[in-house]
Design a protein. Structure first.
Lengths: 290, 766
């Protein structure tokens, strides 16, 4: 599928901002199954300095430095992206989940990079309660992908999609207790649960197409930034992307921005400003098929 | 049976050879040793090692130096230095790999969770460009094992504290126990510091003439503040806090009075996780946004590497012997401490006698651009009862000076200093960090405010304490003083309305009260204490010692005020003595054009505001009481004697006001302050690039106004009536002075608005 992507973030400040530094994870990273054409980031006011680099996870990161007083800041990404993720390997052929956990623990060739995602991170710690929830999908010796598919189906079933009941500061144990949240919460919950079992899991930041394919129910989390989970199946099968919010295997309805241990590694637009007083932010995302 | 692991006594109960002379010298002192130990403790306090807490509540833990040093023979120190050099090279190689290709993980030589799970592993710092080495400064903790060999207990690559304590201990030992030192016998520490200082400019990015090296401290309140002040001074680099720095155009700059000055090298003593809030700590707003971007561009060198504390991760040390073989192809020279091993003992003075105590030895190394150099000395920490030897360095305790004995002399041979272009001559305050100027300004204001409060309270206390019934004149004066005290926020309004003299005396005494309901004077002194600490790096050691000794004396007087008016008077006299000593020190010992300018400016503005405020109250009287107000005004301005000698006893409004408001020769009068301010602001503005605001115009204008006021009264048919009409004009002058203070603050101290973090809370997929 080929999409036109447009993501606008606009800050309005009550008072003038003297100096602003922004770090953007806003440009989709090119992948074997994702081609990114003509990506363009435009900012207003225009920055005094802009730097584009690759971060430690291989994502594209952009730094913007604004040193003139301003009362608003708007940044827009536009790109054309075509995606076709391959189908996952046959479920029964994937290794037992305990084996995958052991490989991640030992590290070494082919496994050490995945091992980084098996340890807890600030927003997705290896949480015992989340692990207790996840373990029901992983009886002994079950192929890891079978367990993962069962887990995303359970999350979709057990949790209500309810914006506004959580924030980034909400610990995953609370999300678990109240059985409600948004895509970010479900991703962090699932990642924390997998890590508690020793399984590597990444937080993927990206988008979901605005309209579902004909005949399909409306998707949750479209028209906004979206988040899902990439789980490791071992060195032979690599990573598979799973969307617990919609109980979907990621194929061609999603566009990947980048990934990290949790949201804090790939926040689309973050910054430190001097001044500004109270501020408001609006975000608009369009992901339309071409 | 003697423990073989005693530094002084060997396994057979004999005194080790290198201890014999030291022990004989120590023994010859007899009971004197305890007195010397007491002097060591006192000297440490005077030098500020024993800095009292900024809040003034209790004292901070301090390092006390034991009078018996720990001697290390040359033949024992040399292999230690060699072993630590190897270890530092290994740690550098480990750091280079873990913040680079991570081959150690790919090859399975380290468990991934050891690195990835460590909070000290800073992902954004991977592949930072490097000038020479990532580790520039390194310390190691060692203990002596049962077989007599020194073994490494822990590596210190993050903060590596304790060097300042080692330098200070040596200085104090040389001062208090000179007879223990034999010429040429103990290797000096100074060459190591000189070597370190020489290496610093060479760390700078290429092509920087006269590189600026700054010591980055978390700031006052950090447990190692003393160390940061002392070492930054020893190394002649500017002490900066994160808030002093700003990133512009990819470079790092220090905010100074003369504008932004580029910084080339940051000696980092701030936790690496707090360096750059944009990339490191999702929750933080402290730090320097954009700093890591500048470091990636090679525009600034941060050393040690921001993520160097990763090498202190528990569990890593056990892998080091194997990593040494892999990374540098060598076998570790120094053994490592095994679980369950405890340190050796050494004699320490305890209750007048020598007793064996466990010690941990900390040695310090610096990379000079070519190789590692160990300081011939160190810090030996005497373990307290139940203290874990491997724990971090506590903020205080008992330490020993470490003597490396000169065998055959091996001097540190520094590489020839890199040629530097000649320095531009500077005689301005331009390089003063804006924050320091701000603090000196408020230091000046606060000291003066305390002085004024003491003056008013003493005058009020004297009238209350005379005993017997007060005369109507005294009651009117007291009422006037109380209004001044309330306006100056020294007394709460309700206290001034107290019905009985006893209740009033109680309210006056409450101003020096400490504790939960701290009085105004006590609050001012807590603030003075804090400000003294913050400007410490701008004061010489002697000045700091004098300032703090006077401050301590004043605070002791305040604490001892007790419940009598007499005690209060004594305490207030102490406050005034302190204020006078600050003024004297600043005038005599601080370089003109530097920070003293702001200290003086603060004092002048505060005093000028006080004079006009008090004059406004004193003149605001029914005409019948006019003379009372004038007399009081003379008293408050210390001008009664001058007045009497000029005009004999006749009190008239115009001559009094001339002396108080317009006579530029009266150091307590308004005109004197305005002339001084005009000069100070002129000096400052002469240096600034844009002088269009004309701050110096304000005191010049006020001088004219003051003259006008006096001549108006002089020309009036009834001087008393004219004087009674002045308070509004005086208050307007006070407002102009307050406005000037605000403009100075905005202009020179560049107060920045509070930083805010964005993009950490917006929820995706709403």
């Amino acid at each position: 599928m080929k999409y036109r992507l447009r993501h606008v973030t606009a800050y309005r400040y009550a008072e003038s901002v003297d100096l602003a530094t922004h770090l953007l994870h806003l440009e989709p990273r090119p992948l074997p199954h994702q081609q990114v054409l003509a990506p363009c980031i435009a900012a207003a006011p225009s920055p005094a300095r802009a730097v584009r680099r690759t971060d430690t996870f291989g994502n594209i990161a952009v730094w913007l430095f604004l040193d003139q007083p301003h009362a608003a800041f708007e940044v827009t990404l536009q790109a054309e992206v075509s995606v076709t993720f391959p189908p996952p390997p046959p479920t029964a052929d994937t290794p037992a989940w305990e084996r995958v956990a052991a490989l991640a623990r030992e590290g070494g060739p082919d496994c050490w990079q995945a091992a980084e995602f098996a340890v807890g991170s600030p927003l997705a710690p290896a949480d015992a309660a989340a692990g207790g929830y996840a373990i029901a999908s992983f009886p002994p010796a079950r192929p890891v992908l079978a367990g993962l598919l069962d887990l995303i189906a359970r999350i979709r079933r057990d949790f209500a999609f309810r914006p506004g009941v959580t924030s980034l500061a909400t610990p995953i144990a609370r999300v678990l207790a109240q059985r409600a949240g948004v895509c970010q919460d479900f991703a962090h919950l699932m990642i924390g649960g997998l890590r508690a079992l020793g399984l590597p899991a990444r937080y993927v930041s990206g988008y979901l197409q605005t309209r579902p394919p004909p005949g399909q129910p409306p998707r949750r989390g479209a028209d906004q930034s979206h988040a899902w989970v990439s789980a490791w199946l071992g060195p032979a099968d690599g990573w598979v992307d799973l969307d617990p919010t919609n109980d979907l295997i990621v194929r061609d309805e999603h566009v990947v921005l980048g990934w990290g241990r949790d949201f804090s590694d790939v926040s689309p637009v973050r910054g430190v400003i001097l001044g500004g007083g109270a501020h408001s932010v609006t975000v608009a995302v369009d992901l339309d098929p071409l | 049976v003697a423990d073989p692991r005693d530094e002084m006594v060997d396994g057979a109960g004999a005194i080790r050879p290198h201890w014999r002379e030291l022990l004989a010298l120590t023994a010859s002192l007899g009971d004197e040793l305890q007195q010397r130990a007491d002097r060591l403790a006192r000297a440490a306090e005077e030098d500020g090692l024993a800095a009292f807490l900024p809040s003034g509540e209790g004292t901070a833990p301090v390092w006390r130096c034991d009078p018996v040093p720990l001697p290390l023979p040359a033949e024992e120190f040399a292999p230690l230095a060699e072993g630590l050099d190897q270890r530092a090279r290994l740690l550098e190689a480990v750091l280079a790999d873990l913040y680079g290709p991570q081959r150690l993980l790919a090859e399975g030589r380290l468990p991934p969770s050891l690195v990835f799970g460590s909070p000290a592993y800073l992902r954004p710092c991977r592949n930072l460009p490097v000038r020479g080495v990532r580790l520039h400064f390194y310390a190691a903790d060692l203990i002596r094992r049962p077989d007599g060999a020194w073994a490494v207990l822990a590596d210190r690559t993050g903060g590596a504290h304790g060097l300042a304590t080692a330098l200070e201990s040596r200085k104090l030992m040389a001062r208090v126990l000179p007879e223990l030192f034999r010429p040429g016998q103990v290797r000096p520490l100074r060459p190591f510091i000189d070597l370190w200082q020489d290496t610093l400019p060479r760390l700078a990015p290429p092509g920087r003439a006269n590189p600026a090296v700054a010591w980055l401290t978390p700031g006052l309140g950090h447990p190692r503040w003393f160390e940061h002040v002392l070492l930054s001074r020893e190394l002649a680099c500017t002490l900066v806090e994160p808030g002093d720095l700003t990133v512009r155009g990819g470079g790092v700059f220090l905010k100074t009075l003369g504008g932004l000055q580029q910084v080339d090298v940051l000696l980092r003593r701030l936790d690496g996780r707090l360096l750059d809030p944009l990339e490191l700590d999702a929750a933080a707003t402290a730090g320097i946004p954009g700093l890591l971007d500048a470091a990636r561009d090679g525009a600034v060198v941060i050393t040690n590497h921001p993520g160097s504390a990763l090498l202190e991760t528990p569990g890593l040390i056990a892998h080091l012997p194997a990593l040494a073989e892999r990374l540098i192809g060598e076998t570790l020279l120094l053994p490592q401490v095994q679980p369950g091993e405890s340190p050796s003992t050494t004699p320490c003075l305890d209750g007048g006698r020598l007793a064996p105590r466990q010690v941990v030895l900390r040695l310090f190394l610096v990379h000079d651009g070519a190789s590692w150099q160990a300081m011939p000395g160190g810090m030996a920490r005497v373990l307290a009862e139940g203290e874990v030897p491997s724990g971090p360095l506590p903020p205080g305790g008992v330490c020993k000076d470490v003597w490396v004995l000169a065998g055959e002399r091996i001097d540190i041979l520094a590489p020839a200093p890199a040629p530097m272009p000649p320095l531009k001559l500077r005689r301005t305050a331009g390089e003063l960090p804006s924050r320091v100027a701000d603090q000196l300004f408020w230091f000046g204001r606060t000291v003066e405010r305390a002085d004024r409060a003491a003056r008013l309270l003493r005058a009020a206390g004297a009238r209350l304490g005379r005993g017997g019934a007060m005369l109507p004149r005294e009651m009117a004066e007291l009422e006037c003083l109380l209004r001044c005290l309330v306006e100056a926020a020294i007394l709460p309004a309700e206290a001034a309305n107290a019905a009985t003299p006893a209740a009033l005396a109680q309210a006056l005494r409450a101003t020096v009260r400490e504790g939960r309901e701290r009085g105004a004077i006590a609050r001012l002194f807590a603030e003075i204490t804090r400000l003294t600490e913050t400007v410490r790096d701008r004061l010489t050691g002697d000045m700091y010692a004098t300032f703090t000794a006077a401050l301590r004396a004043a605070r002791e007087d305040i604490a001892a005020a007790g419940s009598s008016l007499d005690g209060l008077a004594h305490a207030l006299a102490g406050v005034q003595r302190y204020s006078a000593s600050v003024a004297g020190m600043a005038a005599e010992n601080m370089v003109r054009g530097g920070g003293s300018l702001f200290l003086d400016l603060g004092r002048r503005i505060e005093r000028a505001q006080a004079v006009v405020a008090e004059a406004a109250v004193a003149l605001d009287q029914p005409p019948a009481h006019g003379e009372i107000g004038l007399r009081l005004l003379l008293e408050l301005c210390d001008s009664s004697i001058t007045y009497r000698s000029r005009y004999l006893a006749a009190i008239q409004p115009a001559p009094v006001l001339d002396l108080v408001l317009a006579d530029a020769g009266n150091p307590r009068g308004l005109a004197f302050q305005l002339v001084a301010m005009h000069g100070l602001l002129g000096e400052l503005e002469g240096e600034a690039e844009e002088a269009q605001e004309g701050l110096a115009a304000t005191p010049a204008g006020l001088l004219v106004l003051g003259e006008q006021l006096v001549s108006d009264v002089l020309a009036a048919p009834d001087q008393a009536v004219a004087a009674a009409a002045l308070p509004d004009r005086l208050r307007a002058m006070g407002a102009a002075l307050a406005g000037l203070s605000d403009r100075v603050t905005r202009r020179y101290f560049a107060l920045l608005p509070a930083p805010q973090a964005l993009g950490r809370g917006e929820t995706a997929g709403k």
